[in-house]
Design a protein around this ligand. Structure first.
Ligand code: 4AD
Length: 486
């Protein structure tokens, strides 16, 4: 049987083999069994030891020696690459860092200490070559996150970024598992919406790229936007489901170049009905944080280690401290006192009534021993219309809570929702929003219950557990003002 594989190099098990570079082909025994295709993660753990197998992936290193050629091949399934050992007859100039290959051979125990198993190749097929001069990554160099960020279309080929993407994928599973195990129903809240939940005016408007009729009539008849939060849609559901959550893309037209803001980010949001106090929410926030972090540490140990050892050395201690201690709770008023008693000079004011800025949040976290801290009961006027009025507090506050974490500042924001029709109506009326939110008022008319919820920025969660300084390094394709490549 002839294989018309261009750029195939092969030895052994063939009745004849022509090893002409680039265009060679092999003649294999007619009755030979097709080798099983193994993922690199399976091969490096010794699955199918002694069997003839095929592995497909991208070359992460090439080391030609006198008699042998050593390659490392990775297919994204694990941080570890598979060591391939081949006769130097199989060497080829097309085998370079970044080239795509298909290797067939026998999986065996490795005599070398660094990896227990290796593939003894009898055939290497270069599926796609890669010019090593133009390729922006170099063998043996540990490129910084800043450097690889310049290549959003190629950075998944580096160890650090492929680790990040596996961690992100596993953290997604962890979040869903937490909610499933705790009886929450997932709701797919819409990406296109007609409300500005946060009232901050950071909306991207959605319109067809070309008018759909000559009169220029709006597609949705009303102004429509990309969602800034799924909260109000979750609140609809919390009139029938006592525990719901959503996890999806969220958009904010924030003209910010900061290390913790994106124009498109992922938010995890939960809504709980029949709440009695903010503690019902802080418990879910803390439990979810712990459960997702522990899941990631357990299921992505090697990938997380790469970050904690090489990218953000020393950060593991911070993570361990976060998991060891219960999260303290401060009221906003106590937080203001702490800031005012500090010897640190802040750029932003710290008077009662001021919004907490990142510098304040980071100070409060340090003050509490560099572990996550809840701040509750913010000034009423700082919070959106839906936040519940703490009528019994001497100062005018709302039952709102933020979770502040090391290195990042605000990770979660949440509140009890104003379930009392008269109070909600009055607040919406003051803002001239009573008609816009007539459906929201209906929720309070028909079987309203005390309820509340929160949102957690998923990228900020990853920053927090990995110690990554810039939010653009924890998302595959970061979008921010003046930047939307690809
Ligand atoms: O505090 P926020 O604005 O709260 C809400 O949107 C509520 N409606 C959520 C709810 O109660 N269901 O946003 C929640 C979290 C923030 O704490 C932050 O972690 C993250 O979302 N976040 C951002 N992350 C990245 N880039 C941005 N531009 C972000 N804006 C908010």
């Amino acid at each position: 049987m002839f294989q018309s594989a261009a750029k195939t190099l092969s030895v052994a098990t063939t009745t004849a083999a022509t090893l002409t570079r680039g265009t060679s082909f092999s003649i294999r025994r007619y009755c030979q069994k097709t080798p099983a295709t193994l993922r690199v993660s399976e091969a490096v753990s010794g699955a199918k030891l002694g069997a003839n197998v095929k592995v497909q992936g991208w070359v992460r290193s090439v080391r030609p020696q006198k008699a042998n050629l050593f390659l490392h091949v990775n297919d994204g399934s694990s941080l570890q690459s598979l060591q391939v050992v081949a006769s130097s007859e199989l060497d080829d100039p097309l085998l370079t860092l970044g080239s795509a290959v298909e290797v067939t051979g026998t999986l065996r125990k490795s005599p070398r200490q660094r990896q227990p198993f290796e593939l003894e190749a009898d055939r290497i097929h270069v599926v796609g070559d890669c010019d090593p001069v133009d390729f922006p990554f170099k063998i043996k160099e540990r490129h910084s996150l800043e450097y690889i960020r310049q290549f959003p279309h190629l950075r998944c080929r580096t160890n650090a970024f492929s680790s990040l993407l596996r961690i992100r994928s596993e953290a997604t599973t962890a979040v869903h598992s937490y909610f499933k195990e705790n009886g929450f129903v997932q709701i797919h809240t819409p990406v296109i919406t007609s409300n500005d939940c946060e009232g901050a005016g950071e909306l991207f408007q959605v319109e067809p790229s070309s008018p759909n009729n000559e009169e220029g009539e709006k597609f949705f008849s009303v102004p429509a936007f990309l969602t800034v939060s799924g909260q109000l849609h979750l609140e609809v559901m919390s009139g029938a489901f006592s525990r719901v959550y959503t996890f999806g893309p969220t958009f904010r037209a924030e003209n910010s170049q900061s290390r913790r803001h994106l124009a498109e980010f992922y938010m995890v949001e939960a809504e709980v009905s029949f709440t009695q106090s903010l503690e019902d929410l802080t418990k879910v926030m803390e439990d979810m944080f712990r459960s997702a972090t522990e899941h990631v540490l357990a299921h992505c140990a090697e990938d997380v280690d790469l970050f904690h050892k090489h990218v953000t050395p020393g950060h593991r201690d911070t993570v361990d401290a976060m998991l060891k201690n219960r999260f303290p709770v401060l009221t906003y008023s106590e937080a203001i006192d702490i800031l005012n008693q500090s010897s640190q000079k802040f750029a932003f004011p710290t008077d009662w009534g001021c919004d907490l800025q990142t510098e304040h949040e980071k100070h409060l976290v340090k003050h509490c021993g560099n572990i996550p801290v809840f701040v509750t009961d913010y000034p009423y006027d700082l919070k959106p219309f839906y936040a519940r009025d703490n009528l019994d507090h001497p100062e005018h506050t709302a039952a709102a809570v933020d979770l502040l974490v090391p290195g990042v500042g605000e990770l979660c924001g949440g509140s009890l929702r104003e379930e009392r029709l008269d109070l909600l109506k009055a607040r919406l009326g003051e803002a001239g929003l009573e008609d816009t939110y007539s459906w929201y008022l209906d929720l309070r008319r028909f079987g309203s219950v005390p309820h509340g919820g929160f949102g957690m920025g998923f990228e900020r969660f990853l920053q927090c557990i990995l110690g990554v300084d810039n939010i653009k390094d924890v998302i595959a394709f970061p979008r921010f003002s003046h930047s939307c490549p690809l």
